[in-house]
Design a protein around this ligand. Structure first.
Ligand code: PGA
Length: 274
């Protein structure tokens, strides 16, 4: 069965102290849920937290002790060198980061990240044994022009069709990648839904997620397309998560605003219990 994942993207919010407090609150509530699930067959989704950079190092051990995963919100497309202000994938690995979010629409919009830059970042992440949460999504204008499938196809093709199936599966035997789980998670985040309070309907999400899976299947085959987790992101909250997460091809969510309040985030996590 595909892995369910709920990831909280804190973006540029929370001081060090506020962030550590939020983590404590989240995992205290998660622990209460775990106790309730103890004698059932049900399982919490994988919980991923993407705090700002200043928290990564201190939060990593804490989150992992709670069996959660920690994600960086970005990494450099370069390996190392004179790139003032940048953080490389190998540096993230050196503090035990698990995932990197790559290609978020805010990075594409405000920092001019093209699909080509996203592809380079994915390369850096994978060669350092980091898993990737790759974000794709169309703008409102693109959807209104009926171009959403075209845009999504282009993003998928340009961001990671150059990879091969063994790399995605983490199976390359050159010492740089470990075997095991798929190294890529996708997040479908329609740009018009991010931070706007206007989420995609469950039908819109399901339609696009199914389409994305079919594109992946065409290139990498059924095994990968059936096993890759595709998260929905964009104004997902405790009110709408249940319906969205119940769709066949939706495997959880990438949560922005609602991940900044422990209670809301854990309510969303609860909607992904299987
Ligand atoms: P939002 O953000 O939940 O605040 O819309 C989602 C995201 O940008 O990942």
């Amino acid at each position: 069965m595909r892995k369910k994942i709920v990831a909280g993207n804190w973006k540029m919010n929370k001081s060090h102290q506020e962030g550590m407090e939020l983590l404590m609150q989240v995992f205290k509530l998660v622990e209460e849920e775990e106790i309730l699930l103890e004698d059932t067959e049900k399982k919490l989704p994988e919980i991923v937290i993407a705090p700002p950079l200043i928290l990564l190092s201190d939060a990593a051990g804490l989150i992992q002790a709670w069996e959660g995963k920690i994600a960086a919100q970005n990494c450099s497309s370069e390996k190392d060198g004179a790139f003032t202000g940048e953080i490389s994938a190998s540096m993230l690995k050196s503090i035990n980061v698990d995932y990197v979010i790559i290609g978020h629409s805010e990075r594409r919009n405000y920092f001019n990240e093209t699909n080509q830059i996203v592809a380079k970042k994915i390369d850096r992440a994978l060669e350092n044994n980091l898993s990737v949460i790759c974000c794709i999504g169309e703008t409102l204008a693109e959807r209104e022009a009926g171009k959403e499938f075209q845009i999504i196809t282009k993003q998928i093709e340009e961001c990671f069709f150059y990879l091969d199936a063994p790399t995605l599966k983490g199976e390359k035997d050159d010492g740089s990648l470990q075997g095991g789980e798929l190294r890529m998670v996708l997040a479908y985040e329609p740009v018009w839904a991010i931070g706007t309070g206007k989420n995609a309907t469950a039908e819109q999400a399901q339609e696009m997620h199914r389409y994305i899976r079919s594109v992946i299947s065409g290139k990498f085959g059924k095994e990968i397309s059936e096993n890759i987790s595709i998260l929905y992101g964009g104004s997902c909250n405790p009110q709408n998560a249940k319906l969205i997460f119940s769709q066949t091809d939706v495997d959880g969510g990438l949560i922005g605003g609602a991940s900044l309040l422990a209670k809301d985030f854990v309510e969303v996590i609860k909607e992904a219990i299987l």
